[in-house]
Design a protein around this ligand. Structure first.
Ligand SMILES: Nc1nc2c(ncn2[C@@H]2O[C@H](COP(=O)(O)OP(=O)(O)OP(=O)(O)O)[C@@H](O)[C@H]2O)c(=O)[nH]1
Ligand SMILES: [Mg+2]
Length: 389
C-alpha cells in the first residue's frame, strides 16, 4: 500500500459560481470515495458517476465524480461558499490534507502565463463545459503544442519544416473561436413581435423567472441580459422589446435598442406565435437575412397554424417549434443554437486551443514572422507561454 498522503482541495474560486470542482490525489482515493461518496446506481464501475457526498448517513451534496483509477478523482459539487466549506471540511475529516488549487495541477513545466489565464477562466466560469475546457487547458494542451512548435522554430527549420510549423499554427488559430467563446460567451438575442412569448422563452432557457411576463403586448421595454449555460456551454441571452410600429416613445426606444442589438448579436431567435397567423413584422428585412437567425414558432401547445417546413423554405432559415410555457421543443432549439455557435467549431476540448485575445495575438504575430525570421517567431511563442519579459 502506497503511503503517499492524500491531498486535495477546491480548484474553483470562492464565490457564488454555478458549481465547484474538487480534486483529490493519492493512492487512497478509492478508499476515500468509498467512505464519503455513495453512487446513485449503487455500482462503482464507471468513470463518471452521479451520487451523493455523505458524512455517515448525512448527505452533504449531490455530486458528479470522475475517478479514472489513476490515483486522482474530481468531484463536481453545487456552487456557493456554503457547499465549498462543507465539502472541504468533509474531505479534511476523511483524511485529506487540504491544499491550494495551484498545488493540485499537474505541472508540465510549460506556459506559466497560459496556466494563469486558464486558472482565471476556471474561477469565472459557471458552466460545466467551461470548467472542463479550462481544466484541460491547465493540464497543458496548448502549452505543450506551442512549446513544440517554438522548439521547432528554434532549430533553424528548412522550408518544408517551416511549412509544417505554419500548418500547426494555423490549426491552433482555427480553433480560437471555440476557445475564446468560453471567456466571451456568444450573445443570443430573443426578438420578435410583441406578446410572442419572448420573455417566457428567455426565462425557460435560463431556468428561472428573470424576465417579466404578462398577457399585455409591450411588456418588455428594454434589453434584459443574463449569462446562462446551454447544454453546459456558456452563452449570454438578451430578451428584448417586441418589434412593432409604435407611438409610445419608451417602447420606440426599446425597439431601437433591439435593432442595434440584433446587429451585434451572434445569434437571433426570432420568436413568433405559431398558433396564430403570422403577423407582418416591421424591420424583419433588417435582420432575417443575416446568418445566425433561428425562427422559433412558439405556443405549440395551442396548435400550429403555420407549416414550419414551408416557413423554413420561404425564409431560408431554420425553424424550431416550441411551447415556452410548457418547455416542449426546447431541447431541439438548444441543439440548433449550439450547431450555429462557435462551440461547434473544428475543435474539441481535448485539442490544444488558444482561449484569450493575448494568445491569439501572439500566435498571429508568430505566424507572420515564421518565413522571414523563425527566431523572432520562436520568441513570440515564448512570450505566449510565459508572458512578456
Ligand atoms: N399558451 C401559451 N402561452 C404562452 C407561451 N409563451 C408565452 N405565452 C403567454 O403569452 C403572453 C406573452 O408572453 P411574454 O413572454 O410576456 O411575451 P413577450 O414576447 O415577451 O411580450 P412583450 O415583452 O410584451 O413583447 C403571456 O400571457 C404568456 O403566458 C406558450 O408557449 N404557450
Ligand atoms: Mg417580453
Amino acid at each position: 500500500m502506497d503511503d503517499r498522503p492524500l491531498i486535495g482541495g477546491c480548484l474553483t474560486a470562492a464565490g457564488e459560481g454555478g458549481l465547484h470542482v474538487f480534486r483529490v490525489r493519492g493512492e487512497g482515493v478509492g478508499r476515500l470515495l468509498s467512505d464519503v461518496f455513495r453512487p446513485a446506481d449503487g455500482r462503482n464501475a464507471s468513470v463518471l458517476r452521479y451520487g451523493h457526498l455523505v458524512d455517515g448517513d448525512r448527505v452533504v451534496d449531490e455530486v458528479m465524480v470522475v475517478h479514472g483509477g489513476n490515483g486522482e478523482a474530481e468531484i463536481s459539487t453545487h456552487g456557493g461558499d456554503v457547499v465549498r466549506g462543507a465539502v472541504t471540511s468533509l474531505l479534511e475529516r476523511a483524511g485529506v490534507a487540504v491544499v491550494g488549487a495551484s498545488d493540485l495541477f499537474r505541472d508540465d513545466g510549460f506556459g506559466s502565463e497560459v496556466r494563469d489565464e486558464a486558472r482565471e477562466g476556471l474561477a469565472r466560469t459557471g458552466c460545466v463545459q467551461g470548467l472542463l475546457f479550462y481544466l484541460s487547458a491547465l493540464e497543458g494542451g496548448l502549452g505543450v503544442e506551442v512549446a513544440a512548435v517554438r522548439d521547432g522554430m528554434g532549430r533553424g527549420p528548412d522550408a518544408s519544416m517551416r511549412a509544417s510549423l505554419v500548418r500547426r499554427l494555423d490549426a491552433l488559430l482555427g480553433r480560437a473561436g471555440f476557445g475564446r467563446a468560453f471567456g466571451a460567451p456568444p450573445v443570443v438575442l430573443v426578438a420578435g413581435p410583441p406578446n410572442a412569448g419572448k420573455s417566457t422563452l428567455a426565462n425557460r432557457l435560463m431556468g428561472r423567472d428573470r424576465c417579466i411576463v404578462t398577457p399585455e403586448p409591450g411588456t418588455t421595454r428594454d434589453l434584459v441580459g443574463e449569462d446562462l449555460g446551454l447544454d453546459g456551454y456558456p452563452f449570454r441571452i438578451l430578451d428584448s422589446a417586441g418589434l412593432r410600429e409604435t407611438q409610445d416613445p419608451v417602447e420606440a426606444a426599446g425597439v431601437e435598442r433591439t435593432l442595434a442589438a440584433a446587429a451585434d448579436a451572434d445569434l437571433v431567435l426570432l420568436v413568433m406565435d405559431g398558433s396564430a397567423p403570422l403577423p407582418e413584422i416591421p424591420w424583419l428585412d433588417e435582420f432575417i437575412h443575416r446568418p445566425g437567425v433561428i425562427v422559433v414558432l412558439n405556443k405549440q401547445d395551442r396548435g400550429t397554424v403555420t407549416d414550419p417546413d414551408a416557413l423554413a423554405r420561404r425564409l431560408a432559415r431554420p425553424v424550431a417549434q416550441v411551447s415556452a410555457l410548457e418547455g416542449s421543443g426546447t431541447d431541439a432549439l438548444v441543439e440548433k443554437v449550439l450547431f450555429r455557435s462557435p462551440y461547434r467549431g473544428p475543435a474539441t476540448r481535448d485539442f490544444p486551443c488558444p482561449f484569450t485575445e493575448r494568445q491569439v495575438r501572439c500566435l498571429e504575430a508568430a505566424r507572420r514572422a515564421v518565413r522571414d525570421d523563425p527566431g523572432a517567431a520562436s520568441g513570440l511563442l515564448t512570450e505566449l507561454l510565459e508572458g512578456s519579459p
